[in-house]
Design a protein around this ligand. Structure first.
Ligand code: ACM
Length: 566
């Protein structure tokens, strides 16, 4: 009980009884549910020491079984499921699709208690593993329940990514957005361009704290994923019904690529051969040159990326691209003139639209930060639309392009109204690098204080959207930027417990009347902290950081009061 996220539809518990998993409990996997059966044996088997053996051939076990089944009538959503626990017949999880069975298995794990989250049994061989008698009916509110991990600023080794996939699965999150490239590092091996990781995957030293901090860590920092590492991550995610969305950020946030291949930068403005992989933080003036060479280079990069990441969406970044170098560059200005564009914003839009079309031709969909809308709603884009006979929106992007609305709700609202799908991730609510309280004890404080309750009260669908526009909000995502997170311990502190509140926002239907019940969530968190403890997650305790979770003397950039909501 005390499930997080709470079931969307129905949750009834019977006072009389429970079902006990024992060494004799059989796990029956009906066709299409075998993968979840494997996961249950591996995960619950490790935690309980129980074999959860399959039924013997020809045997029809009566009573006392855990049965997994598929039945599309179980829910209107392929991710929905029904879970019934009966003291005599046992546990039955019926998913409308294989993902539903898996999310039902996650619920079963929570019903077994916190020790079900350990990797080996505690409490001795005679311990009873009771599941309360109940009937649950559950399905997600949103199809995109995302978590973005920035592995560019601080590299997170493969094991950290795999661990976070397990943590996401435990919270029924289903999209891992990997921010793989930035000024400070390039983290995926590209065979055609080995210098991207030979040069771009490490930096000489690192600013400790934000830019205004005087401190440096003089140790080189680096790391990257081989293509087989990526294949492993993607496969591990797929077993957990999680899609990995890669982000290759262009045309800003690209200095690591320019350090590796200086011809990618604006060589007629600065000597790009002197640019290092950036050791410090912030929005950076050194951006890609809008040349044919850059287009071909990134097409070749994306060709390998498409081979590694089979999901529909590819994130192209598009955020925070200062235009100063393009204003000074004769090459960029000539391109603007040649294309008949009005200005540098339209040049950025042209670049993004190029990759939008390139991805669409390959059966994929572009997703980008809300800046991909900028410069796209001007005359040139509309002329192109008329020339091509439509298929593009008011922003000149293909109808399949989607927007990560991060600067607030406004970009997402404009995109939804223009007919684009939207993932709502406003920094004001779900940027988990923002500090968790006003206390001076918060480590390297960034931006406004956003605590567990603020995240819990986040509503991804803005009320001003019509029902049709609101349907364009395909989901929501919490984002973690790792400028000041140099280890998984700090990552855990910033992600949790807020990611648990976010998971409920993303999964659980709004109750009627449409308001989240914070006291009830806070009560359920008592059980959930015990689960996180068993998982070994070093979350932020409700009453503030433990002494070793502080980072005294490292300068962040706190902002006072609540954030503006835009
Ligand atoms: C972003 O936070 N620059 C997307």
């Amino acid at each position: 009980m005390d499930l997080i996220p709470t079931p969307s539809h129905k949750q009834t518990y019977s006072a009389d009884g429970s079902f006990a998993l024992t060494p004799g409990t059989v796990l029956v996997a009906e066709p299409g549910t075998e993968a979840t059966a494997r996961w249950l044996r591996a995960t619950l088997g490790a935690a309980t020491g129980l074999p959860l053996a399959p039924a013997a051939p020809g045997e029809r076990p009566v009573g006392g079984v855990v049965r997994l089944a598929l039945d599309e009538r179980a829910s209107g959503s392929a991710e929905g499921y029904r879970l019934t626990v009966d003291p005599v017949s046992g546990v039955r999880i019926t998913g409308a699709g294989p993902a539903g069975v898996f999310w039902g298995a996650q619920t079963l794990r929570q019903l077994l208690g916190p020790d079900a989250f350990r990797r080996a049994p505690v409490g001795g061989p005679d311990r009873a593993w009771q599941v309360p008698a109940c009937h649950l009916q559950d399905a997600p509110r949103f199809g995109w329940r995302g978590f973005m991990l920035d592995v560019a600023r601080h590299f997170m080794p493969k094991d950290v990514v795999l661990r976070y996939l397990d943590l996401m699965a435990a919270h029924k999150l289903n999209v891992l957005h990997l921010h793989l490239t930035d000024d400070q590092g390039w983290r995926v091996r590209i065979e055609r361009y080995p210098r991207l990781t030979e040069v771009g995957a490490w930096r000489e030293r690192t600013k400790v704290g934000l830019r205004e901090s005087p401190l440096w860590d003089e140790r080189p920092h680096g790391g990257y994923y081989t293509q087989d590492d990526i294949r492993e991550i993607v496969a591990y995610a797929a077993e957990r019904h999680i899609t990995v969305v890669p982000e290759i950020d262009i045309p800003g946030h690209s200095q690591a690529a320019i350090a590796a291949y200086p011809e990618l930068g604006n060589t007629d403005v600065i000597d790009t051969t002197t640019l290092p992989v950036l050791p410090s933080w912030g929005v950076n003036a050194n951006v890609l040159a809008p040349t044919d060479n850059t287009l071909r280079f990134y097409e070749n990069v994306l060709t390998e990326v498409l081979d590694l990441f089979p999901g529909t969406f590819v994130h192209i970044g598009g955020d925070e691209c200062p235009k100063e170098q393009w204003r000074e560059s004769a090459t960029a200005q000539a391109r603007i003139k040649e294309l008949g564009l009005a200005d540098e914003d339209e040049l950025q839009s042209w670049l993004i639209r190029h990759f939008d079309g390139w991805l669409a031709e390959r059966g994929r969909r572009l997703i980008g930060w809300d800046e991909i809308l900028e410069g796209g709603n001007r005359a040139e884009a509309r002329q192109e639309e008329a020339a091509t006979g439509g298929g593009t929106t008011a922003f000149g992007l293909g109808e399949g392009a989607a927007v990560s609305s991060w600067r607030g709700y406004a970009g997402g609202i404009a995109a939804a109204r223009a007919g684009h799908d939207v993932v709502m991730c406003p920094q004001s609510h779900v940027y988990l690098d923002w500090r968790q309280s006003e206390s001076a004890d918060e480590p390297v404080p960034i931006a406004h204080a956003r605590g567990l309750e603020d995240v819990y009260r986040f509503e991804p669908v803005p009320p001003e959207l019509t029902e049709q526009e609101a349907a364009r909000v395909i989901g929501t995502q919490a984002n973690i930027w790792t400028e000041v997170m140099d280890s998984v311990r700090v990552l855990d502190y910033m992600a949790f417990p807020r990611l648990a509140a976010f998971a409920e926002v993303a999964w659980s239907e709004l109750p009627e009347p449409a308001a989240r019940d914070w006291p009830d969530f806070e009560r359920r968190m008592t059980a959930h902290y015990a689960r996180l403890d068993a998982l070994g997650v070093e979350y932020r305790p409700a009453d503030g950081p433990l002494p070793w979770q502080r980072r005294p003397g490292v300068v962040g950039r706190p902002k006072a009061g609540p954030p503006p909501i835009v």
